[in-house]
Design a protein around this ligand. Sequence first.
Ligand SMILES: [Zn+2]
Length: 376
Amino acid sequence: MLMDFEYMFSGLSAFEVECKLRQIIENALYQKYGDKPDELIKKRIIDEWAAMERSDTVLDVAALYELAVWLKKNNHPYWMRGCAGSSFILYLLGITFGNPLPPHYHCPVCHSVQWETDYLDGFDLSKKKTCEQDKATLIPDGHNVPWQTLWGYGEHVPEFDIVLPKNLRDDFLVILKNHWLRKKESDVSVSLKMNSEKLSASLSNISFVFRLECSSIHKTFHSKTVDASCVNISLSAWQTLLDYYDGYNEQSILGTNTFADLISFSGIIYATGAWDDEAVFMNRYLDYAPSELIAFRDDIFHYLIVHGFLDKDAWRGMNYVRKGLDLPVITEEMKHSRDKWVLDRCKRIEYLFPKAHAVEYIMFRLKAAILPENTQ
Ligand SMILES: [Zn+2]
């Protein structure tokens, strides 16, 4: 029985929960990026907060934060599926594990931030760069995931999908039954799948799936830090990391030389239509690395931004392609630019995964089984 679960937001009004959560986010931002955060970081938080309010999910985020704190304190492993990892706010709150900002360096001493737009993933930046001001070794980070893939612009309600250990399910049902977010009996729904021990529950917009086997997860899960120093170990263990056991054949993807490639590789193998004869040809004979191909719905978003679309229109175009539809708007410039091959890819794609899902899964697997137990 989990008598020690602490409801941080019990008995508070929605407004009070919102104020408390804002304070927690501000403190987390201060801890990581100092009292004068970079303008782009400030804008990201403002945009995400507005999207959270628009989708009426502020309380869900507070509930997730409360659960994450408890899970970590009690050393229970978990990970967030789907689009959750695209939120910088969820990352700051420690709910998700991968930093979704564009690739950047940040200084642990003076908190200055340096954006590195030539890179596709922050973990691929040099680990030896030092701060000009105080000579501290800069921290490379950022997996470049747009927040829109989770929050959108009000057209859908974001879903939060948390995967938990099997052995927590009974205790969790007690936690959910007494939860402050639950206003009436029907707010917690539980489903037991036939012929299996799987059980899932939901509360508001949060789904809980109990399927992790703790015996296969390192006990030091939460004390491990996944950072740029983990790239070599990730690349050398990529098959185990991605649970990819297909034998080598003529259609195999070549060249996972960077962390960006590794993440894209996982998107390509789980997408529909992203890995066809044409993509194989590009990879094999034209030397396109996995990270240069279209692997995620987020790649379509970035492609449209590069071609001058506003965020909202890029997001809309991305949503068409990820569901197997054509781009709603194609400009003359796109038809004649060097990357016009993307237009043909868009026609062939039937389904694309969110990048956030791949990033969070890789972070989870690294912590659960790949990084050594004693890594701190
Ligand atoms: Zn510095």
